[in-house]
Design a protein around this ligand. Structure first.
Ligand SMILES: Cc1cc2nc3c(=O)[nH]c(=O)nc-3n(C[C@H](O)[C@H](O)[C@H](O)COP(=O)(O)O)c2cc1C
Length: 141
């Protein structure tokens, strides 16, 4: 399986998740390409069997670069995706990501969110059990 992973991350927590996910998928025999939102053109993403998008909640919304990226996606009809959201408050913003991608007629296969602990701003916000949650997500992709 070929995977394209696109992320935006301010403090590095989301980046750590996506890099760890890529390693897991490779171990399962997959081929992965990882991009930050500013490293790839949303209107010309490489071909893949699964797309993964990862972004934090900021200001009660999905962080704006990722929002813009999703709005600018082209030619993604029927393509399958997984979504990852990191957030500090209780509520997760996966539904907003899903809404943006449904406008592109993409098909959701999995979603996972991670509530950050106190150390989020130093990039150490991931809480116990995150790797198990990520493994379950990887299995669904
Ligand atoms: C400007 C700003 C606004 C934020 N607003 C929210 C918010 O509305 N809700 C929330 O749950 N977390 C909020 N957060 C916390 C981020 O979700 C958290 O820092 C992020 O998930 C960490 O991931 P990252 O290390 O990949 O950037 C905010 C953080 C920043 C810097």
């Amino acid at each position: 399986m070929r995977y394209v992973l696109v992320y935006w991350s301010r403090y590095g927590n989301g980046k750590k998740i996506v890099e760890n996910l890529a390693e897991r998928l490779e171990r399962k025999g997959g081929q992965t390409q990882v991009f930050r939102t500013d490293e790839v053109d949303p209107s010309a993403l490489p071909e893949a069997d699964r797309y993964v998008f990862s972004a934090p909640t900021e200001a009660f919304n999905i962080q704006r670069d990722m929002r813009k990226f999703m709005k600018n996606l082209q030619g993604m009809e029927g393509k399958k995706y997984g979504i990852i959201n990191t957030h500090a408050m209780k509520r997760n913003w996966l539904p907003k990501m899903e809404k943006l991608l449904s406008k592109k007629n993409m098909v959701k296969v999995a979603g996972v969110d991670f509530q950050m602990g106190k150390e989020a701003q130093s990039g150490n916000g991931l809480m116990e059990g995150w790797e198990n949650r990520l493994e379950e997500f990887a299995d669904k992709l």
